[in-house]
Design a binder for this molecule. Structure first.
Ligand SMILES: Nc1ncnc2c1ncn2[C@@H]1O[C@H](COP(=O)(O)OP(=O)(O)O)[C@@H](O)[C@H]1O
Ligand SMILES: O=C(O)C1=C[C@@H](OP(=O)(O)O)[C@@H](O)[C@H](O)C1
Ligand SMILES: [Mg+2]
Length: 196
């Protein structure tokens, strides 16, 4: 009997996995972009480990992100985040989803740039707001007008996220479709670097 042909979906996973090699894939972008949920799917498609830096920070500190912000403030949180992300990126391949402020911090951004291929999940304000408004776990949005705060963060941070290696538009489509778009971007990036 002949071998079954690879399906289109299988070949997407296989091609992305080959393109990534031993590098890490690091998801960056604003709160609500889908880094944590899409990253998990991407890792499972690529059959490589998935780590969410916020969950890792919560595990090592035995505190929630909100508790860390409340007890030590944002600056201390960023220092811990930088150390954790540096360690997570020491070996690859892995998919690492970062918290929204990670790539904005100079030290952490250097670790990410050195540690693998970065992907900015870029979304517009209404998409982000619809998603983050459902949960109140994000300390930076505990303000009088959280939507305006989110917009301010967009304005300040988007030029910095633009320094990521790849950009994928995060739209209101199923997370699995977003994960496929990340895989396609990894393949495209590899083709472009091979051609240059
Ligand atoms: N493509 C998507 N479609 C619908 N809901 C999504 C999508 N991506 C993420 N979400 C939802 O939006 C919320 C924020 O997603 P999350 O992955 O935590 O984002 P981030 O880690 O970037 O803050 C979660 O409730 C998640 O289920
Ligand atoms: O944008 C930020 O500075 C933050 C984003 C959060 O992660 P998500 O982007 O996964 O929500 C979390 O790290 C913390 O609340 C700070
Ligand atoms: Mg997250």
């Amino acid at each position: 009997m002949s071998e079954p042909l690879l399906t289109v979906a299988d070949s997407l996973k296989d091609r992305a996995r080959a393109a990534l090699g031993s590098r890490n894939l690091i998801l960056v972008g604003l709160m609500g972009a889908g880094k944590s949920s899409v990253g998990r799917i991407v890792a499972s498609q690529l059959a490589i480990p998935f780590i969410d830096s916020d969950l890792e920070i919560e595990r090592v500190s035995r505190m929630t992100i909100a508790e860390l912000f409340a007890a030590y403030g944002e600056q201390e949180f960023r220092a811990l985040e930088a150390r954790v992300i540096k360690r997570l990126l020491k070996s690859g391949p892995r998919v690492v989803s970062t918290g929204g402020g990670a790539f904005i911090n100079d030290r952490t951004r250097k670790h990410i740039k050195k540690g693998g291929l970065s992907v900015w999940l870029k979304a517009d304000l209404d998409v982000l707001w619809d998603r983050v408004a459902k949960r109140d776990t994000r300390p930076l949005l505990k303000t009088e007008n959280p939507k305006q705060t989110l917009e301010g963060l967009m304005n300040a941070r988007y030029p910095i996220y633009a320094q990521a290696d790849l950009t994928v538009l995060s739209r209101d489509v199923r997370k699995e479709i977003m994960a496929d778009e990340v895989l396609k971007a990894v393949i495209e990036a590899q083709k472009e670097s091979a051609a240059s």
